[in-house]
Write a protein that binds this ligand. Sequence first.
Ligand code: C2E
Ligand code: MG
Ligand code: MG
Length: 699
Amino acid sequence: MRSRAKAGWVRPGAVGTLAATDADFILEVSPAGLLLAASDTVGRVLGWDLQQCVDQGIGSVLGDDAQRAALRQLLNQTIATGGARTTLQVSGATAVLWVDVSAKHLVDEPGAPVLIVARDVSHDLTAASQLAASEQQWRLAFEHSPIGGALLDADGGILVVNAALCRTLGWTEHELTRMDVTDVVVSQGGLPWHEWWNGLLEGDAESTTADRMLRTSDGRQAWGRLTAATVTSAASPARVIMQMEDITGRREAELELANRALHDGLTGVPNRFLTRQWLASALEDDPGCRVGVLYCDVDRFKVVNDSLGHAAGDSLLIQVAERLRGPLRPEDLLGRMGGDEFVMVMEGIRTQAELEEIASRLVAALDQPFDVGGHKHAVTLSLGGTIGAHPDTADDVLMRADLALLRAKRMGRARYVAFDPEQDRLATRADLQLEDDLRMSLSSDELRAYYQPIVTLSDLAVAGHEALVRWQHPQRGLLPPAHFLELAESSGLIRPLGWWMLSQACQDAANGREGLVDQGWVAVNASPSQLARPGVVADVTRALVASGLRPERLHLEITETALITASATLAKELAELSELGVRIALDDFGTGYSSLSLLRQFPVDLVKIDRSFIEPVLRDRSAYAIVKAVLSMCRDMGLPTVAEGIETVEQRDLLRELGCTHGQGFLFGRPVPLSVRVPVPTPPRPRRSASHDRQVRSA
Ligand code: C2E
Ligand code: MG
Ligand code: MG
């Protein structure tokens, strides 16, 4: 046989016409494994040396002993039983292939040749093994995911759960897989459950995420963010894969924030915002209703605070709030407007006499001395009152009561005064004087830009500065913003003031002056009323062009309140500023009518957490929880954070640990004018503004 082969019997390609595709190989071999004939694919596709196969057997071209042993076994079995079928590995021209082989002993005689028909199935096997590998990866990811997950049938029956879900809910895998999803998800609020579920099964993309309360094994209230998708395949019935992320902590922080945003942290009574809202709705809801409002102030409270300390002052305020509550009806509201000022809002009060009667009961409630830090302390109250009715606004009524209070204090305190349109007009004169002065200050260079550093907490390097306005009043000395910003807002002077600050800060930063490092940012505060007017983009662009400052170096600090009341125009302008490259920082985060959703609605680049959370963060559990939740969410969203008012190393270290990226506060530096950093004025520069020159000279 061998000589026949050598004589040319082997015609590689002789059976080639049988080979349907390049994946098929047909060979005729002797029982010893020598090649007798082959389809052309054996040489062309496998790349085997056919002559070598003829001379030395096909074992000689196989890659390794395992392949040779497998071939040997195939031939032996074929000869013994007449035929065999198996899957083998063989070496091809470029890779090892998996082939599906069927072999037949052509004639049932020893020495008769064997016909082998093989098909390349590498691709099918690879696909199958890849599928298996990918299935395993998914299974591992599902099982080890930190987020709870479940596979459900189309009726909501729980089929498979992961460990995280068991942890969140407190049920075991065994218990859960005997439950329906409706046994653990409480249907309450939002879209009815069956609508949500049907929408999901019908592939309605909008219904795939929902926040729901979850029922846990110990009856604890947990919140889950459910994200679900339907998996359909021709081979099996529809399944739903559902993730249940435990958002209890975040949700509680949000509720706590909302509650804090409406209540005074010290006394627990409604704050200025809620008081004003309450009054506004009392005036609006019933046009026939009359609302009595008392505005009161604890006389000489500052003395207690300054002589006995803040803790004593706080304790006094808490006790005063409790006593003031006493004479009021349950439906009346007692609110704290800030400092030592409280307001009472009482619906259905019709006459001045009634209001005066309540005022005298409030005064009487404070008759007994207070225990403040071990001392007995007598406290008196000044009160102003008025009755509001439709169409008065809440602000009108509060202003009238406040003007009456002012007169009560001027008349020697410890008394009640009713608002009188004639007399109280006089009281505003002092304010008008200050307003005049402020108007003058704008043209006579009495405003100062102070700068406070903001550091990166990881290395304490200065990352930027916040520009803070001061007023060098000719008689009263250097005034902080608290003394004049409100007036500037109500008089409309905030716009020229804001513009002055914006252009000054851009100029200082662009000039790389003194402490304002070349690369750092400069943050300018923009008040809600500045932003309420269209043209913010134009102002900012003007300041940037005039100074040559790169837009990325300018941060606009905007408070939550400004964003909540943002008009469509402002939203558009903020988007334009953001496109321009200017960074938007959300200032005093946590103090407004806080909602984390603002961060998604507006192009916010940085979040500044208000000092009122940072100051108690080491001792107050709820402040700590809020700061932690806000920081973790900002980190998830990739937003840098600045903790405001860091005063101690302990606060700094804790905040850094919690993932806060930046810090600002007296620990790193107080707000100072530029000239304090470098006592010697720098030589004149061609681009510095005239007002700046004057400022440096006068400093
Ligand atoms: P803000 O924007 O939250 O500025 C931070 C305030 O916290 C500054 O008060 C700063 O001096 C103070 N501060 C910083 N670190 C600490 C600390 O460690 N401890 C304490 N106790 N306080 C710290 P400032 O300068 O009195 O400004 C008060 C507010 O006035 C500012 O709050 C801002 O809302 C507003 N403001 C200041 N300058 C401007 C301005 O040019 N335009 C507008 N529209 N508002 C301004
Ligand atoms: Mg600020
Ligand atoms: Mg702030």
